[in-house]
Write a protein that binds this ligand. Structure first.
Ligand code: GAP
Length: 466
């Protein structure tokens, strides 16, 4: 049994996701809908398990972080105050011949120019410099030189709410939140007034965010609708560096704890910062194409609360209960896309092994993350006594764990299917089970099988699963 090298291609991951019901392209029967994906029966289990594991670390295990679930629609001024309406855009270039729209900063990357966070005006200056050096600047799609100058393109998704008659009035414009943290800032005062939190403390939330990405790419890595898991930590400015380092370590270690190999993670310090950030690091993951952003950990200073105080007129300062000192708390955040995280864990878990000349595909998830924990099989489906016993076991286990009952096809095929969705244990009821009241339990990673008495199965699983 040996691993074949360099086999983790994005194509294989995408294909497995579809074939085994993790992720489907949206609206396929209508020809598809770009940059949106749906999560199938195993995808939603994995997503829920990841979200729960994140929540456990960030909220459940901590006395200083509380949870929130705020609305997607918010008062439109929120996004004026946050700077998103004026500054949250990507530079785009259109090809006048083939009509393809391209991220201008990505086009410059090909000339080894780091245009990350560059505005259209600066990008156009860089393009002029290339042209002066007689370097050809062409459409990536059709090779035409007939391109528009770079323009800034807002990423914020706009909609209208209200009655049909006035739906197009500017007064009814609303925005789909481009990041979940906006709802946290607007509830900071509510949480301070209704709970016992004191600075330093954090507020965490998981929810949908929307961005009109010019180029959605790499499967679920960058999509127009996605879920974010964000934690905003409110603190006194003097605490910032200590807490920032603490949270960087917490988030790095979390990935290792749940099975990401340290060699597949890397820190990237941002040289050019978002409009709100004072310091920013990304945790990058070694995706099949290269290391790329997985999670951002940002110091946001007092930007958010100061801006919301200014635009709303509400007092958002904090009074220290001991010294009575008043100040606007500073904020550091951890922010990750749940869908992007799912892709990273899929890539990490994807394993091919050569078993007697055949490729065995396994998703070697940490057992806590596996969508299905145990599959229960009767050896033969046409033997009612085997089916009955297997059903009894399944009915018992499903009270506590996400389980599957499978009596379809030969045992080898059933094992392969469970390997491909990452099920840690398969329990088989055979003829010996009827006499000896025991079952075979087979381990996903080692393929080793052992016999266990049925009355000891629950205890065995509890000890081995968690
Ligand atoms: N509140 C800060 C914030 O939103 P960001 O760097 O724009 O910062 C944070 O996004 C994280 O959200 C990223 O590291 C990524 O994991 C995820 N994310 C951002 N845009 C995404 C998209 N279009 N599709 C999927 N995930 C995305």
């Amino acid at each position: 049994m040996k691993n074949t090298k360099n086999y983790k291609t994005l194509e294989k991951i995408v294909s497995l996701c579809k074939r085994r019901g993790f992720v489907f392209p949206s609206s396929e029967i209508y020809g598809g809908f770009a940059a949106v994906y749906d999560y199938g029966p195993y995808g939603i289990e994995l997503k829920n398990n990841l979200a729960r594991a994140w929540w456990k670390e960030i909220v459940q295990k901590r006395e200083d972080v509380v949870g929130l679930d705020s609305g997607i629609f918010m008062h439109p001024t929120t996004w004026k105050a946050s700077g998103h309406l004026d500054g949250f855009d990507d530079p785009q270039i259109d090809c006048k011949d083939c009509k393809v729209r391209i991220r201008a900063d990505h086009m410059l990357e090909e000339f080894h120019i780091n245009a990350d966070k560059m505005k259209a005006e600066d990008i156009n200056k860089e393009i002029e410099k290339l042209k002066e050096k007689n370097i050809e600047f062409k459409c990536k799609n059709c090779g035409s030189k007939n391109l528009t100058p770079a323009k800034n393109f807002s990423l914020i998704v706009k909609s209208n709410l209200g009655s049909p008659t006035d739906a197009l009035s500017e007064d009814n414009v609303v925005y789909l939140r481009p990041e979940t943290c906006g709802g946290i800032y607007l509830n900071y005062k509510n949480i301070l007034d209704s709970t016992r939190v004191k600075i330093p403390f954090g507020i965490a939330q998981i929810g949908k965010a929307f961005r009109n990405e010019i180029v959605a790419r790499q499967f679920i890595f960058r999509t127009r609708e996605f879920e974010q898991m964000e934690m905003q930590y409110f603190l006194r400015p003097s605490m910032m560096q200590e807490k920032y380092n603490e949270w960087k370590k917490i988030r790095w270690d979390w990935y290792i704890t749940y099975g990401i190999k340290e060699e597949n993670l890397k820190w990237l310090k941002h040289e050019k910062l978002a409009h709100y950030a004072a310091e920013a690091y990304d945790i990058e993951y070694n995706f099949p194409w290269d290391f790329d952003e997985l999670e951002g950990i940002h110091q946001r200073g007092d930007w958010d609360l100061s801006q919301h105080q200014k635009f709303s007129g509400a007092k958002l300062d904090y009074t220290d209960p001991i010294t009575n000192e008043k100040y606007i708390p500073h904020i550091m955040e951890t922010s990750v896309g749940l869908n992007r995280m799912l892709l990273a864990f899929m890539c990490e878990a994807y394993t091919e092994e050569n078993v007697n000349g055949e490729i065995r595909i396994i998703l070697k998830f940490d057992k806590r993350l596996a969508p299905i924990k145990i599959a229960v099989f009767p050896l033969l489906k046409n033997k009612p006594e085997l089916v009955k016993k297997a059903r009894e076991i399944y009915d018992n286990l499903k009270e506590e764990y996400m389980c599957e009952f499978d009596d379809n096809g030969n045992i080898g095929k059933r094992y392969r299917r469970q390997d491909e969705i990452g099920t840690p244990y398969c329990v088989t009821v055979d003829f010996d089970s009827l006499e000896k009241n025991d079952v075979t339990i087979r381990d996903r990673d080692t393929m080793k099988q052992e016999r266990i008495k049925i009355e000891k199965l629950g205890k065995w699983i509890k000890e081995n699963l968690f």
